[in-house]
Design a protein around this ligand. Sequence first.
Ligand code: ATP
Ligand code: MG
Ligand code: MG
Length: 398
Amino acid sequence: MCSAASEPSLPPTSVRVGVVGGGQLGQMMALAAHRLGVKLTCLDPGGLASPTGKVCGAAVTGGLADGAAIRKLAAEVDVLTVEIEHIDTASLAAIEAEGKVAVHPSPRTLATIQDKLLQKRHLSTVDGVSLGDFCDVPDAAALLAAGETWGYPLMLKARTLAYDGRGNAVVRSAAEAESAFSSLSRGGAVPLYAERWAEFVSELAVMVARARDGTVVTYPLTVTEQRDSMCHTVVAPAPVAASVSEQALAVARKAISSLWGAGIFGVELFHMKDGSVLLNEIAPRPHNSGHYTMDACVTEQHEMHLRCVAGLPLGDTSMKVVAAAMYNVIGSADGKLSTTLAAVDAALAMPCAALHWYGKAPPKPRRKMAHVNLVGGSRHEVAIALRKLEAIADAANG
Ligand code: ATP
Ligand code: MG
Ligand code: MG
């Protein structure tokens, strides 16, 4: 293993980081790595053709659950990290135990988070973190029992491999329970759990960075809006009462302090009708709700993640603008590039907008293609720009 100390010709930040996954989050990590002087290599089935590989120019080609491929990546780097949690944590744990290559966040954290039921069980033991009711659903009878207790609707969720709402099913009545269980579990093959329906007034999210020594810092709280269970817009800072904001930041800080290893984490929260804040879920990596930081904060989230995992000093989470928003450009339902590009064209013509295009081809329905950050000197100014962008994109999408 080579380290910065043994290579005096390299800048002090020249640590080699391997990222498991090659999507857009890895791509934005690669851009930050280049700025910092960190050498990034990714692991992805697409190799150098993946969104990350195209930018960092160094890749191992292989699957994210392929232990041999993860070992190949480990052989080339000083630190391993992830840009997605759906990976082989057992191989990462074995590499961590050998002690030659650091793994951040710890595989223990990744294994806890990648199974949403294990994640909930862990968080339910953490002082100061409130969760909605949840239970294991090994069969349709357990789902019916949950419905009896909580009433309907309730949310049935896949324990693993869930993202963008794929893996969630709303169960509206006892009559739907049998078919919902069998279709989401694919005949019992996919393990499920259930959550009581959360009557939220809004969804909140906050990025939390955790250094190798366990120091935890938070970014500003945001309000997120989901469409079809996918992140649609993010507004920062969240226009909520100070008491709500303090509660949300405290919950997020406590949750991340309870985990292991370094990195940035996205914490999704429900702001409930009664003013309480419940934790929905944690992502152990840069997160869509933190994309606004790329244009609005002193240290953006992907750079912060690299600083954390590489053991560099933490950056500055504060905003350098008064207000910001993020709009996700999603592949349109009609599959046409021109429809998807309506928001992109509009953003390019707006003075306060910054486009971040991921270079994925072709645009597929429900595929995240890009995001647009909007920044401004007042909440009002940013809200108007966001509404304008949404209106143009909605009109194009019919
Ligand atoms: P992500 O892409 O954020 O990882 P995911 O597939 O893990 O998404 P969740 O975050 O569990 O899915 O849920 C997606 C969305 O569904 C939430 O943001 C929220 O809008 C809604 N949702 C989730 N759980 C509940 C619940 N218990 N009650 C009501 N709505 C919920
Ligand atoms: Mg999730
Ligand atoms: Mg989520």
